[in-house]
Design a protein around this ligand. Structure first.
Ligand SMILES: *[C@@H]1O[C@H](CO)[C@@H](O)[C@H](O)[C@H]1NC(C)=O
Length: 178
């Protein structure tokens, strides 16, 4: 019975830690690495390949790094994205290190403001999911009193609780490295 309670306790700690991790807003480096905001060299849609492999949620942010002398980031409407029209941007950024918080769900369209770059594939669509997708697959976080309640965390068992906490933390770190 004690073993069961202990396991229950560990799993609650794990879920709690996971939910903290999963609910933290993320920052995405556009293209997956620094200075990836440029004309794609081989695959012309590599920026969108990158975007499709990521999961963006409202509250997350995108970071672009690029040479501010030569490039910029334009947030545009769908039509301008398709036609690479740089003259009617919703927002324009040219600081070389641009961070944009994704405040709305749905598709967000970005193109390069540099002459001819968008036509050569320097454009990306980021589809943003609403906040309620954040905890999909993870049960709701228990309140701290549930985690620390006497039934699941007997004080006499403090050391094994600590060990379980470390195991959970280890699993979590492993999870984040996957
Ligand atoms: C670009 O968009 C502007 C504003 O919507 C429009 O006036 C212009 O004709 C467009 N240019 C091209 C080449 O489509």
């Amino acid at each position: 019975m004690a073993g069961f309670l202990r396991a229950l306790c560990y799993s609650q700690v794990l879920v709690f830690l996971l939910s903290i991790t999963c609910s933290a807003a993320k920052e995405f480096l556009v293209g997956g690495k620094t200075n990836a905001w440029k004309i794609p060299s081989s695959q012309s849609d590599s920026l969108n390949k990158w975007a499709e492999s990521s999961r963006f949620l409202v509250g997350d942010s995108l970071v672009w790094t690029y040479d501010k002398e030569k490039d910029s980031v334009l947030k545009v409407r769908r039509e301008a994205y398709i036609s690479c029209n740089t003259s009617d941007a919703i927002e324009e950024y040219n600081g070389g290190n641009t961070k944009v918080t994704l405040d709305k769900s749905g598709p967000h369209y970005f193109i390069s403001g540099a002459d001819g770059h968008c036509e050569k594939g320097q454009k990306v669509i980021v589809v943003v999911l609403s906040q309620r997708h954040r905890l999909v697959g993870v049960s709701p976080a228990p309140s701290p009193s549930e985690v620390e309640g006497p039934a699941v965390a007997p004080t006499s068992d403090a050391s094994s609780f600590k060990a379980g906490y470390l195991v959970a933390l280890g699993v979590l770190v492993g999870f984040m490295w996957m």
